[in-house]
Structure formats: structure tokens, C-alpha cells
Ligand binder design. Structure first.
Ligand code: PMP
Length: 406
């Protein structure tokens, strides 16, 4: 049995008041809070082990290198990668997708090719592909979203033609909460020879993820959404692509030999990690994996799901509410909604006065908001440090807001 109040107590930030009220942090889909274990791991690194990695022969450098590479191995294991080398450190999901769109796109896309994405993508899984399409002459196509917030799988089948070279989609939508059938989507893409990239920003740390079971070529995720620090994330890159993709950015660390005329490059993730990496960030992300594993990702997923189902039930009691995405069944631990009584920005500004942190806006999914004719939404997103009591408190605050605006 997990002692959840004890787990919550590990997050010092949650024990504060905001605007004279106990903080209710319902914005974990934007960034999660950090447990003491992560804060202390980074503090320890800076107090005792701080040195640059890989190039020093001295004690601190080898300690820093060991911790940096140990974190890579933990992250690889956490997402089921075949080897630690298949994990490339990036600044986050956005940079991971840009890396693939930049290098893979430049090398493997040509005029007449199609890149297929979906209507429910975050801007970070749209814009890099627009740029890649513009540079290569490829065409960008979108799988539509049905009214219930799920992907139109019939349309997806029709769109997966021989011209499709890459299919990119999210694992869990940050606006709809939809959990996509990633295994099936990858299988379908594979059957026509297309490469797959999964945006796992909302999945890793929330549900068990195994990239080999999913069968994707690339899987992008961010440390800061899974209890780790900002400025660090990862790209799972299937071994076959590690060797086939040329470097992205040039600099130290990624080379074997440099002459005045040309250079040769390292193999493995080092080829894509020029310069001094975010060492403390990687160590913090590794500590986040240790922490999540100490609770158990299955336990976290079950807790998140129970809380989300409770929130979905309670939110639907509200007058004039419209919740985007599936109303029944499993969904990601978030609910984006509009209320007839108030514009999302006004609502979120008002709830902030009561210490309730919701997010208001388009959540970097403007095409999706247009699809659902929503000016934006308020979004409540949950994690395992939240409680039912907080959801009840949110309901009181939202009911007061409806009265205030009506
Ligand atoms: N994809 C999804 C589904 C997201 O929710 C986010 C973050 N909101 C991103 C990509 C981008 O992640 P990051 O800002 O950490 O790069």
C-alpha cells in the first residue's frame, strides 16, 4: 500500500499558500512539481561532483560522467529502450522532435513524400514538420479528430499511403486527454514502410511506456513533466537510425577527429550531443526515474486514473460545462473545458485568486481548438500528489465563479 499523503509531503512546493489560500496545483500537464529526491540529487551534484563530463581524468569529472551516464541508462530502462545508447539527451520534447524533423527530414524527405501528423498535435509536433516539409518539398497531411476527441482511424487508414514516409502523433493529447492507440498506429505505419515518431510528453511518468512494445522509431519526452527538472528531455532513437542519421549541430564532444577541412563523428547518442550537456538536468531526470520507480509507475497510473475519473464525474455537475475529449473510458490525467458563464482567461484569473492553478488558453494546440470551435479552454491537470479533496475544493471555487460571472 502506498502512503499517498506521505508521497505528497515529498513535494515542498505544495505546502504553501497562494493569495492566502492553500495552493491547489492543477497544472502538471504544463510542468510537474519536483520531489525532494530530485531537488537533493541536483543539489548534491553541484555541491560535491560538479565538473564537465567525458573529458576530464580527474575524480570529479569521472563522478559527474558516471552520474550523467547512469541517468541515461535509467531513462532508457524506464521507457524500455534496447540500450542506453538509444537515448539522446535533448532540452525536452520540442527539441527532440526538431532534431528528427531537422536531420531525418533533411536526409530522407524529398518532393512528393508525405509527412502525416494528426489534428490533435501540440505545436511542437506540427511546426517542425511544416519547416521540414517546406525545406524538402514534402507535403504535410493531418489525420482528423472525431467529435468525441479520438482519432478518425478510418481516415488514418486511408491517409496511410505509400507516399507517407513518416507518421508522427502524440501518445496522450495535452488538450483532449485522448490516449492514442500507439501500438496499432505504429503497426499500420510500419506495414506501409513509414517511420514513426511518438510525442510522449504527456505519457512518460504517467503511464507505463515501453518503446519496443510500441514499435516506434522515435519517442520524444520531457524531464520536467515527469518530476524532473526543466531544460532536459530525451529522444528514444531506434539503433538503426542512430547510425543512419548525420549529425545535427556541430561542436565538441560529438567528434572523433577534426582537421581544418573536415571532421569525423562519434557514433551513438554522442553524435547528437555537441558541447557541454545539461549535466545537472540529466542527473535530476535520472533521480526522477528512481523516484517514480520507488512508487511504481503502475501505482501512479492507477492513482492518476482514479483521480481523473473522479474529476470528470464532478466537473460534469457544473452548469454550462463542455469538456473536450472522451467523456467515458480511460483518459490522460487532465480535463480541458469551457464554461458558458466565462471566458477561460477570466475564469483562470479568478480561480488564481483562490489559490487554484489552472491553465487557460489554447495549450499550444490552435488547430485543435479551431476544430472544436473553442476560443481556448481552462485546463485542470492532475498528478499523483493531488487529492480528491483538492478536486472538491476546485468544484466550490468553480461554482462560485459561475455565480460571480452569471
Ligand atoms: N507535446 C505535448 C503533447 C505537450 O503537452 C508538450 C508540453 N506542453 C510538448 C509536446 C512540448 O514539451 P516541451 O515544452 O517540454 O518541449
Amino acid at each position: 500500500m502506498i502512503d499517498w499523503p506521505q508521497v505528497r509531503a515529498q513535494f515542498p512546493i505544495l505546502q504553501q499558500q497562494v493569495n492566502g489560500k492553500p495552493l491547489i496545483y492543477f497544472d502538471s500537464a504544463a510542468t510537474s512539481q519536483k520531489p525532494l529526491a530530485v531537488i537533493e540529487a541536483m543539489d548534491h551534484y553541484y555541491r560535491w561532483d560538479n565538473a564537465n563530463v567525458h573529458r576530464g581524468l580527474h575524480e570529479l569529472s569521472s563522478r559527474a560522467t558516471d552520474a550523467f551516464e547512469a541517468a541515461r541508462a535509467k531513462i532508457a530502462r524506464f521507457v524500455g529502450a534496447g540500450t542506453a545508447d538509444e537515448i539522446i539527451y535533448t532540452r525536452g520534447t520540442t527539441e527532440a522532435i526538431n532534431l528528427v524533423a531537422g536531420i531525418w527530414g533533411a536526409h530522407f524527405l524529398k518532393p512528393g513524400d508525405v509527412v502525416l501528423i494528426t489534428e490533435m498535435e501540440h505545436h511542437s509536433n506540427i511546426v517542425p514538420w511544416q519547416l521540414a516539409a517546406q525545406r524538402s518539398g514534402a507535403t504535410l497531411k493531418f489525420v482528423p479528430v472525431l467529435d468525441d476527441g479520438t482519432l478518425d482511424l478510418v481516415a488514418a487508414d486511408e491517409l496511410l499511403t505509400a507516399e507517407v514516409k513518416l507518421f508522427a502523433f502524440n501518445h496522450i493529447s495535452n488538450s483532449l486527454g485522448t490516449i492514442n492507440p500507439v501500438v496499432d498506429l505504429c503497426r499500420k505505419a510500419r506495414s506501409i514502410g513509414a517511420v514513426t515518431l511518438v510525442d510522449g510528453a504527456q505519457a512518460v511518468g504517467h503511464v507505463p511506456v515501453n518503446v519496443q512494445d510500441i514499435g516506434c522509431d522515435f519517442y520524444a519526452f520531457s524531464g520536467h513533466k515527469m518530476c524532473g527538472p526543466t531544460g532536459i528531455g530525451a529522444l528514444y532513437c531506434r539503433t538503426q537510425w542512430l547510425e543512419k542519421m548525420p549529425p545535427w549541430q556541430g561542436g565538441g564532444e560529438m567528434i572523433l577527429h577534426v582537421s581544418m577541412e573536415r571532421s569525423t563523428y562519434k557514433s551513438g547518442p554522442a553524435r547528437f550531443e555537441p558541447g557541454t550537456p545539461p549535466i545537472a538536468g540529466a542527473i535530476g531526470m535520472g533521480a526522477a526515474v528512481d523516484y517514480l520507480e520507488s512508487i511504481g509507475i503502475e501505482n501512479i497510473a492507477a492513482y492518476d486514473d482514479e483521480l481523473t475519473q473522479y474529476a470528470m464525474g464532478r466537473l460534469q455537475e457544473l452548469e454550462g460545462i463542455r469538456i473536450l475529449g472522451p467523456l467515458t473510458g480511460k483518459r490522460g490525467s487532465l480535463a480541458a473545458f469551457t464554461l458558458a458563464a466565462a471566458h477561460p482567461h477570466d475564469l483562470v484569473t479568478l480561480t488564481n485568486e483562490q489559490g487554484l492553478a489552472l491553465r487557460g488558453g489554447h495549450h499550444c494546440t490552435q488547430p485543435l481548438m479551431r476544430r472544436f470551435k473553442a476560443p481556448g479552454t481552462a485546463r485542470a491537470s492532475f498528478y499523483f500528489y493531488n487529492t480528491r479533496a483538492e478536486i472538491d475544493a476546485m468544484m466550490d471555487i468553480l461554482n462560485d465563479a459561475i455565480r460571480f460571472f452569471s
